[in-house]
Design a protein around this ligand. Structure first.
Ligand code: SF4
Length: 246
């Protein structure tokens, strides 16, 4: 590594530490603890316990995933397909214990075909890292798989058309806990008449899976100087970590 790269890497580290400080992170999970947490959780996967797969669970699961991704990539079930560069199915560990669900792809996601890669995505990545995980240890998806024009909020008919894909992803992953990012994901998963500020920070439930509603990272980006909001999100994530460790 040359001098320029070293300075750049130190600057990145400093920015990350400053972000963790703003969140109110009091600790970083040690790599050892992280390794323990990222073990495949087969014994805790109700799908495997129930023997829901015929034949090898891994291969049946793999084929099902491939079918699902192909279907999403070629889907024309709602008008959003017309404006997409590509659909964004989601990515990460298909046996993750922790799943993040957001609203819909934005411009960067639409171009790259990956969820949460723009500014909000970089923020989510930092939050995941502060929790002691890497992006490929968790699963990240959206309720809607194609970018709405000008990043507008998805319409109810679009959510209805697209939601079977997310439902199948959740069924296949069967995570220990889901974090719903923002109002669209929270409304979809919890179906509650309460507002986001009433729901945020308290576990709800989706098909027996605990759901922690928290602010969407783009809300944090829009309120960048507001450390209180960051701290609230970190408080929510601490509850998620506690549940994962229980
Ligand atoms: S948003 Fe969902 S339902 Fe609509 S075209 Fe894309 S994948 Fe299909």
């Amino acid at each position: 590594m040359n001098e320029k790269e070293r300075v750049e890497s130190l600057n990145q580290l400093q920015a990350r530490l400053e972000f963790f400080r703003d969140l109110g992170v009091e600790f970083l999970v040690s790599p050892r603890k992280k390794a323990e947490k990222s073990q495949p959780a087969e014994a805790e996967n109700p799908l495997l316990i129930a023997g829901s797969f015929s034949g090898s669970p891994a291969s049946a699961d793999g084929e099902e995933w491939e079918r699902l991704i192909r279907k999403i990539m070629s889907c024309q079930a709602c008008p959003l397909f017309k404006g997409r560069t590509q659909a964004v199915p989601g990515e990460g560990n298909r046996q993750a214990r922790l799943m993040f669900v957001g609203e819909a792809p934005g411009r960067d996601e639409d171009l790259q075909g990956r969820p949460f890669v723009g500014r909000a995505g970089q923020l989510l990545t930092k939050i995941i890292q502060a929790m002691g995980f890497s992006r490929d240890e968790v699963y990240i998806a959206n309720v809607i798989k194609c970018r709405p024009p000008d990043n507008r909020t998805p319409r109810p008919d679009e959510v209805k058309a697209c939601s079977p894909y997310l439902l199948r992803q959740i069924e296949l992953i069967r995570p220990r806990v889901i974090v719903s990012l923002g109002k669209v994901a929270t409304d979809f998963l919890l179906q509650s008449p309460k507002s986001m500020s009433e729901l945020r920070g308290n576990f709800g439930e989706f098909q027996g899976i605990p759901v922690m509603p928290t602010f969407h990272p783009s809300y944090l980006v829009r309120n960048e100087g507001n450390k209180e909001i960051k701290k609230m999100v970190w408080e929510d994530m601490k509850k998620v970590l506690k549940l994962l460790e229980s």
